[in-house]
Design a protein around this ligand. Structure first.
Ligand SMILES: CC(C)(COP(=O)(O)OP(=O)(O)OC[C@H]1O[C@@H](n2cnc3c(N)ncnc32)[C@H](O)[C@@H]1OP(=O)(O)O)[C@@H](O)C(=O)NCCC(=O)NCCS
Length: 149
């Protein structure tokens, strides 16, 4: 498995993953298309030979030293095999590469699998926001300060 920047031809695979793993708050095909190659974000894909098996999207704001993980998702059939962890590490490397000092994220309070991934990777709780998602679910905020090289 390797991680690289997403390309326009990855759109179908990314959209398929988005639509199978998330039940609400999905990114539309149009948004995903816009994000691939946009300067204010980095869209990364995990791939095994030619097959895209996961993706992650990080947003950056001019003048901010914090990156924000907008989304991370792994093909259902390949979950639980270390792909999420590898993608998250690649997101951290990309965030450092873009001269940011920390990575922020929100996660649904009812998503123990993702919360476990973030906590094991050293993310710290920074509070919560009720009614954050379309269905009214609470978001937990996490942040990790990234070691600089
Ligand atoms: C969350 C997600 C990205 C994790 O990716 P993954 O490839 O399945 O995870 P990994 O195999 O890299 O596992 C990393 C850690 O996640 C946790 N984890 C993975 N599978 C788990 C499971 N079935 N139950 C509980 N924790 C689990 C564990 O802490 C694991 O570490 P460990 O292997 O040392 O125990 C993936 O499950 C996914 O796409 N979920 C749906 C989309 C989603 O919820 N995205 C997050 C939005 S904030």
């Amino acid at each position: 498995m390797q991680v690289r920047k997403a390309r326009p031809e990855d759109l179908d695979a990314i959209e398929a993953i988005e639509n199978t793993v998330f039940e609400s708050d999905r990114l539309s095909r149009r948004s995903l298309r816009r994000y691939i190659g946009a300067g204010s974000v980095s869209m990364l894909v995990a791939h095994e030979s030619r097959a895209v098996t996961g993706y992650a999207l990080i947003g950056f704001r001019r003048g901010s030293l914090k990156g924000r993980l907008y989304s991370i998702a792994v093909d259902r059939e390949r979950a639980g095999r270390g792909l999420g962890r590898a993608l998250l590490q690649a997101c951290e490397a990309e965030t450092r590469r873009r001269a940011c000092e920390s990575l922020l994220l929100e996660v649904r309070a009812d998503n123990p699998r993702a919360i476990a991934l973030y906590e094991k990777a050293g993310y710290e709780r920074r509070g919560s926001e009720p009614d954050y998602y379309e269905d009214g679910a609470t978001a937990l905020r996490f942040e990790k300060t990234l070691a600089q090289d």
